[in-house]
Structures are given as structure tokens and as C-alpha cells.
Design a protein around this ligand. Structure first.
Ligand SMILES: *Cc1c(COP(=O)(O)O)cnc(C)c1O
Length: 226
């Protein structure tokens, strides 16, 4: 895709976000677009950086390490979100590069992050991933275990959890999953909600998303499946 088309698509997503927020009686400034740049080239990402966008999501630590150090050096106010699974042996690498980790999904990982936090030397925001569809193959804490897990993160790992994240089951209506996530967040006094992707981000905004993670609507269909 050429730069002009990419910018047009980006602007269209931004406008839909504003519209969805207004329709839900929300301040459009309360919804952050996380541009999902996995599999995309540094050149394509630079087009959006030059246009002023600063918040991006990547789902693999290694891929992010190959693209983002140079981009972050050029654009120090970038906010990079990890939105894919994190192995405990990659925790330190992830904490050196990412500004938000959206996929805290198990006790072992929470412990590893807690242990590395003191030496990270930077502020990172953490989200707990919730497996709202209770899908066996999918990462995330089960909805019924989330209250307890959040308490564990705080008391046992010293981790303040800022948000919740979910990826609803494919080919299902997303709204019950977004509503479930919003309910868990509300009763635990958690402010941030990362939910909604290309197919359903206006709906997620209607149901309270503070972060929407959008890739395809901006960059087009990814060539490799991830
Ligand atoms: C790839 C990905 C997205 C973006 O999905 P699109 O449908 O391309 O917008 C959002 N969230 C996560 C966790 C992803 O892995």
C-alpha cells in the first residue's frame, strides 16, 4: 500500500473512533487507538509516525526488537504495547522495550514481571488478559478467576494492574464478551479496557473500551497469519 492510501485508511479509523465515542456520549479523547503493526515494515510504520501517531501494538517480542529500537530512538514519545503471549524467559527483553504489557495471563508470568520490575527502571502499564470465551486453546485468565488473580498480582507480585484485555472468540458476537470484561473491570476498580479490533472496534467503544487494537483496517490484510 502506498503512503497516501495508508494515511487515508488511518484517518478513516480515527474518524470512526470519534464518531463511535460521540454516539456513546463519551469523550473521544478517552479512547486510544493502538495501531497493530505486527508483520508491517518499518517504512510503513514510519508513515504513521510522521503523521503524528505514537501508540502501537506488536504481538511478538523478537519481531518488536528487530523493528522498534531504531524507531523509538527517532520518536522517543512512542508508546509500544505488547499484545501477544509473553514467555517468562522474555520478560526482561519485553520490559526493556514495551511501555505496556497487555497479556499478563498467569501467576508465573506475574511473578516474573514483579521480580524484574525494580530493575526495569521505567514505568510500564500492565493489563490482565481475560479469556472471556473460556476457550481452551486461548491464553487469558478465566472470568471466574480474574478477581482473585488481580488480588494476587497486587499483593503477591507488587503489580498494579491498570487494565483488562480480551480477544473474543472468532465468529461469535463480541458484545457479551466486551460487557463481561467491562463488568469485571468495574467491580475491581480497573480503569482501562483494551478491547475491539478491526471487526468490532466501534462496538467496543460503545461498551467502554479505552484502547482499541486495530491492524487490518489500517494496513490491509496481513500477508502472514499471526
Ligand atoms: C493482530 C491483533 C489485533 C489486530 O487485529 P485486526 O483484526 O487486524 O485489527 C488486535 N489484537 C491482537 C491481540 C492481535 O493479535
Amino acid at each position: 500500500m502506498n503512503a497516501a492510501d495508508l494515511l487515508t485508511r488511518y484517518q478513516t479509523v480515527k474518524e470512526r473512533i470519534v464518531r463511535a465515542a460521540r454516539e456513546a456520549d463519551r469523550d473521544p479523547g478517552s479512547v486510544q487507538l493502538v495501531v497493530v503493526s505486527k508483520t508491517q515494515s518499518v517504512e510503513a510504520i514510519k508513515v504513521l509516525l510522521d503523521a503524528g501517531h505514537r501508540v502501537f501494538g506488536e504481538n511478538r517480542v523478537q519481531e518488536a526488537q528487530s523493528k522498534w529500537p531504531e524507531l523509538k530512538a527517532a520518536f522517543p514519545d512512542v508508546e509500544l504495547h505488547l499484545i501477544g503471549p509473553l514467555q517468562t524467559n522474555k520478560v526482561r527483553d519485553a520490559m526493556a522495550l514495551f511501555d505496556a504489557i497487555e497479556t499478563v495471563d498467569r501467576a508465573k508470568l506475574a511473578r516474573a514481571i514483579g521480580a524484574a520490575k525494580a530493575t526495569a527502571g521505567r514505568t510500564i502499564r500492565y493489563f490482565v488478559e481475560v479469556n472471556t470465551g473460556e476457550e481452551p486453546q486461548k491464553a487469558g485468565v478465566l472470568p471466574g478467576h480474574t478477581d482473585e488473580f488481580l488480588a494476587f498480582c497486587r499483593s503477591e507480585c507488587g503489580l498494579e494492574i491498570a487494565g483488562l484485555m480480551c480477544i473474543p472468540p472468532a465468529n461469535h458476537q463480541a458484545s457479551p464478551h466486551f460487557a463481561l470484561l467491562a463488568g469485571i473491570a468495574a467491580r475491581n476498580h480497573i480503569r482501562l479496557l483494551s478491547m475491539g479490533m478491526t471487526a468490532d472496534y466501534p462496538l467496543a467503544i460503545q461498551l467502554g473500551a479505552t484502547h482499541v487494537r486495530v491492524g487490518t483496517a489500517i494496513f490491509g490484510t496481513r500477508e502472514t497469519l499471526v
